[in-house]
Design a protein around this ligand. Structure first.
Ligand SMILES: [Mg+2]
Length: 343
């Protein structure tokens, strides 16, 4: 029989998790005391964000393997820091765990979370554990730092700025739909989750293990190449709307310019959907949407050089008239409402 969380007990579980955490020198008091004490980065401002992942709301354990639950819980927070131009430093972790959860699951969940922490040099400096009467909940608070003049917000876009996006859009939605379909067709939940570990396509991987664009956020902030920035947690259409509202401007997107992978187009065409509308609405991509002044082209090139192969694609323009539109060969239409699907 598998060992469960309740067999082990809370204190032993905390010790088991704490033993895996590395503590850098700027963490004055790390996990194990009443609170963490951290030396601030000299000359920088602190940036705080929090985001919770709730089983049945943000993830489905039938096809999201434990390591992917941990990966996503931290990655979505680092994505928000990236969108502010901040360098991630520390994180706090609250785990709300069903009694029947087995120890392997929590070990793998922590493995996924700590791999992301390691890749981005984030120290997990504290947290807490509670029993859950129902779903598994992973709540993360992330702390980063940014120099005052490099802070990126949603409100700095001005008429005439170019609108850009990193990477490709719409992949994660296709990945989620593909995983959901497999979970519906195949019977046993655990079998599907296990399979998600080994046989995942690139779109499924984008949904399960998103790569937060931390380097892109730092490059845009460091070169002062962006006037406004936001991450794409709820889809491109939603992010365009949020930046336009915060900046009190309009945005016109060019449908033909949207970076949508061929596989993503084919998937939607197979469902008899408009690939552009579907990619605009799809969430969970965790790319960055940003605006940049035409006079700052040199700065943008500097940021692009720092990013290597990650594409930055110009997809539209900021307008004085406060409308949100998509133009294509068929004409100009209103931007579709972003919708919140299961995520
Ligand atoms: Mg965000």
């Amino acid at each position: 029989m598998q060992t469960t969380i309740s067999d082990l007990g809370e204190r032993a579980l905390i010790e088991r998790i704490t033993a895996r955490l590395a503590t850098p020198p700027w963490v004055v008091v790390g996990p194990g005391d009443d609170a963490a004490v951290v030396e601030p980065e000299r000359g920088a401002l602190d940036v705080f964000t929090t985001d919770v992942q709730v089983e049945g709301v943000h993830f489905d354990r039938r096809f999201v393997a434990p390591d992917a639950i941990g990966h996503r819980a931290l990655a979505v927070n680092l994505s928000d820091l990236a969108a502010m131009g901040a360098r991630p430093r520390a994180a706090l972790l609250s785990l709300v765990l069903p009694d029947a959860l087995d120890l392997d699951t929590i070990d793998q969940l922590m493995g996924g979370l700590l791999a992301v922490a390691d890749a981005h040099r984030v120290a997990v400096v504290g947290g807490n554990i509670s029993r859950s009467p129902g779903p598994l909940v992973v709540d993360v608070t992330a702390i980063g730092s940014v120099r005052r003049r490099r802070v990126l917000t949603r409100s700095g876009a001005r008429a005439g700025d170019g609108v850009y996006v990193t990477g490709t859009i719409g992949d994660a939605r296709v990945g989620l739909e593909s995983l959901q379909r497999r979970a519906d067709v195949n019977g046993h939940p655990a079998a599907v989750a296990a399979r998600a570990d080994t046989q995942v396509g690139p779109q499924e991987q984008r949904y399960l293990r998103p790569q937060p664009r931390v380097r892109a956020g730092l490059a845009l902030a460091g070169h002062r190449a962006a006037t406004a920035c936001m991450d794409l947690s709820d889809g491109l259409a939603d992010a365009v709307r949020q930046i336009a509202e915060a900046s009190r401007v309009g945005i016109a997107l060019d449908a033909a310019a949207l970076p949508i992978a061929d596989e993503v187009r084919r998937w939607h065409e197979g469902q008899r959907r408009d690939p552009v509308a579907a990619a605009l609405e799809g969430g969970d991509d965790y790319e960055l949407l940003f605006t940049s002044r035409p006079t700052n082209r040199g700065r943008l090139r500097g940021a692009q050089r720092a990013l290597g192969t990650l594409p930055l694609t110009r997809i539209g323009i900021v307008t004085r008239e406060r409308r949100l539109v998509v133009t294509s060969a068929d004409g100009t239409r209103e931007l579709p409402e972003g919708f919140r699907h299961f995520r």
